[in-house]
Ligand binder design. Structure first.
Ligand code: NAP
Length: 492
């Protein structure tokens, strides 16, 4: 299937909705454009779906679930399609990297890993599709109990713009491996790679209607999905505020809900840490211009080495090259609104008397007018400041100091988020104490930001509900059914 449904008269490619195996215009006929934050050019035109389009897509997914072959197929049949699409992704790595870079703004040279990583996740769940085993439970003379692992039904997947292909793949791979059918609602800033994934799944042999994609505003399309009676489960990744509203909408029909939400992750650096390795980890705060949920946006550092650590971080931060070119370290923020949000947090820190040690002002690399904001390090912030407590989703690192281990853990655990955290130390006892003490879903010890298909990820506290990746990532898409077999008949 071609991704382009109509000529636009200009060079921007146009994508339709993907419903029941067909690419189609929105019922209203309306479209919206995506302008690349790096170049200011229109890089894609998309169908602007509405409530009726959601209904069409849910009905297609419902029919595919209630009557279609996918939920009734064997694990090995589902694995075959999933392995096939993993191969397609690997063969199109340049296409996906270009799309992601153009739409999100992340430099092309920083997304070369994208399709290999996503293909690996899909291959992992293809294997898992063949291991959806239930249990047998002996009941003595009364017979035997069996448990079946069955797909939960029609899944609405709502995903954000910062890593659209990766974050959608986490959901799609696990849900399809489980035998579910889906309607995916990608973020409006970067829907292209998600639509292409849907098209590649059809090419790989996924039956029509099993995976549908509806683009359009979240407040209309996302909300209609969370409300719809035909949806059994919502799997949402995005901000905590939107996650709350999705949960409220889903409550009306008691849908199953998984939430991957925001973070404000602490990197704890003990006095015996290797300063070079620890400052490299702190630099992860600026990856994708800080637009990643689990970046280490709070540096929690032992007072005795704080000045040395901060100096090392600033030195590396100031070497980051910003720009639209393929080999830049940092691209622009996703749009002007995001830049204004970041700038307003930094201004607030200044008004509260904090020290902005580097960055802190919009920049125009090589005269580019896009929303570029440099790596910014802020010291002297109060733990209660909004700059420390709230997710900024930009290249801003705050510094907090401690003297004792217990204090470090308390500072790291402050706030409503609990997505990830980390510690740098040469002492295994200390590493384990921090790993046990942090109320977060992932703890990195002497490393940061590595994810593997085998390792579950997700949040404590207001960073989310449920887990993705790993074998745990299948459970949200499965229902356990209990069957009692009485060999003698009768009710006893
Ligand atoms: P967002 O504004 O919450 O949007 C996420 C998705 O929800 C988008 O597809 C959006 O559509 C849709 N949406 C908006 N309003 C909705 C509503 N009322 N009902 C249902 N859906 C609605 O988040 P974002 O700005 O795209 O992404 C950044 C956030 O995602 C950050 O907070 C980040 O921490 C979080 N995140 C978390 C993880 C994780 O694994 N925990 C990973 C990545 C990102 P539109 O685009 O059309 O508005």
């Amino acid at each position: 299937m071609s991704s382009t449904v109509e000529a636009t008269g200009d060079t921007a490619p146009t994508w339709g909705l993907l419903v029941n195996g067909e690419s189609m215009a929105a019922g209203s006929g309306e479209v919206f454009d995506r302008v690349s934050p790096a170049t200011g050019q229109v890089v894609g035109r998309f169908a602007q779906g509405g409530v009726d389009d959601v209904d069409r897509a849910v009905r297609a997914a419902r029919a595919a679930f209630d009557q279609g072959p996918w939920p009734r197929s064997s694990g090995s049949e589902r694995a075959e399609v999933l392995h096939e699409v993993a191969g397609l992704l690997r063969s199109k790595s340049d296409r996906y990297a270009r799309l992601e870079s153009a739409h999100v703004g992340i430099p092309y040279g920083r997304v070369g890993w994208l399709t290999d990583y996503c293909a690996d996740v899909i291959d992992f769940y293809a294997g898992a599709a063949r291991m959806l085993f239930g249990r047998s439970i002996p009941l003595g003379p009364a017979g035997i109990g069996l448990t079946f692992q069955e797909p939960v039904g029609v899944v609405a997947a709502i995903t954000p713009w910062n890593f659209p292909l990766v974050l959608t793949t986490w959901k799609v791979a696990a849900a399809l491996a489980s035998g579910c059918t889906m309607v995916v609602k990608p973020a409006s800033q970067a829907p292209a790679s998600v639509l292409e994934l849907g098209i590649d799944l059809l090419e790989a042999g996924l039956p029509p209607g099993v995976l549908n994609v509806v683009t359009g505003p979240g407040a209309v399309v996302g909300r209609a999905l969370a409300d719809h009676e035909g949806v059994d489960k919502v799997s949402f990744t995005g901000s905590t505020a939107t996650g709350r509203s999705v949960m409220e909408s889903a409550a009306r029909t008691v849908k199953r809900v998984s939430l991957e939400l925001g973070g404000k992750s602490p990197l704890v650096v003990m006095s015996d840490a290797d300063p070079s390795a620890a400052s490299d980890a702190a630099l992860e705060c600026f990856f994708n211009s800080g637009q990643q949920c689990n970046v280490p946006s709070r540096l929690v550092v032992a007072s005795s080495i704080a000045d040395e650590m901060i100096g090392a971080v600033i030195e590396k931060a100031e070497r980051q090259r910003l720009g639209p070119d393929d080999d830049a370290d940092l691209g622009p923020l996703v749009d002007e609104r995001q830049l204004q949000t970041v700038a307003s947090y930094v201004d607030l820190a200044r008004r509260e008397g904090a020290d902005v040690l580097t960055g802190g002002e919009r920049v125009y690399p090589a005269d580019q007018r896009g929303p570029y904001y440099p790596p910014t390090v802020i010291d002297g912030v109060e733990a209660t400041s909004r700059v420390v407590a709230e997710e900024i989703f930009g290249p801003v690192l705050t510094v907090q100091r401690f003297d004792e281990l217990d204090e470090a853990i308390d500072v790291a655990n402050s706030g409503h988020f609990g997505l990830a955290g980390g510690v740098f130390t040469g002492d295994l006892d200390v590493a384990l104490a921090v790993a046990r003490g942090l109320r977060v879903g992932t703890v990195w010890v002497n490393t940061w930001n590595k994810t593997y298909p085998e390792l579950p990820t997700g949040g404590f506290k207001q960073s989310g509900l449920g887990r993705e990746l790993g074998l745990e990532g299948l459970s949200p898409y499965l229902e356990t059914k209990t069957v009692q077999l009485n060999p003698h008949g009768g009710s006893r």
